[in-house]
Design a protein around this ligand. Structure first.
Ligand code: HEC
Length: 125
């Protein structure tokens, strides 16, 4: 094969692989978090200026109790504890879960993605 022909052939194969992997690989929990939550929530411990509260150490935390964040009355009075079932209910439909909360958010993820993201998030220290 001539050199130029080989180059064309190779890049066609590479493009094929690339598009196949883009279509096939589902986003993992961290990637879903980056897409859907990171703009409003940090995973750090230092207070920052995002719209939402930090979500680090979420597992077994009572809703609306982080120091230094002004939660809605509805969320802090909810008595919810963050575990998989509560987090799934919250992310599936925040307004149905805890009416009058301040998370202005329509979840763009599928049920399966929401589950994958939630399991990942609850493992973050
Ligand atoms: C547009 C901004 C925005 C986006 C995007 C967003 N949130 Fe929120 N989130 C908020 C706000 C604001 C609150 C505080 C709600 C309140 O006080 O009622 C909140 C509260 C929460 C809480 C309660 C935390 C606590 O300490 O009780 C959880 C859990 C949560 N969000 C998870 C998520 C996850 C997971 C995603 C991504 C799938 C997400 N949020 C996307 C703004 C956002």
């Amino acid at each position: 094969m001539r050199l130029w022909a080989r180059a064309v052939y190779l890049s066609a194969v590479q493009l094929g692989l690339l598009s196949a992997s883009l279509q096939a690989a589902p986003l993992n929990g961290e990637q879903l978090y980056d897409v859907a939550c990171n703009a409003c929530h940090s995973l750090g411990t230092a207070p920052d200026r995002r719209v939402g509260p930090a979500l680090s150490g979420l597992l077994n935390r009572q809703a609306g109790t982080i120091d230094g964040y002004q939660f809605s009355e509805a969320l802090s009075a909810s008595g919810w504890i963050w575990r998989l079932p509560t987090l799934l209910a919250w992310l599936t439909d925040p307004d149905a879960a805890i009416p009058n909360n301040a998370m202005n958010y329509v979840n763009p993820l599928t049920a399966e993605e929401t589950q994958r993201l939630s399991e990942w998030l609850l493992r973050q220290p």
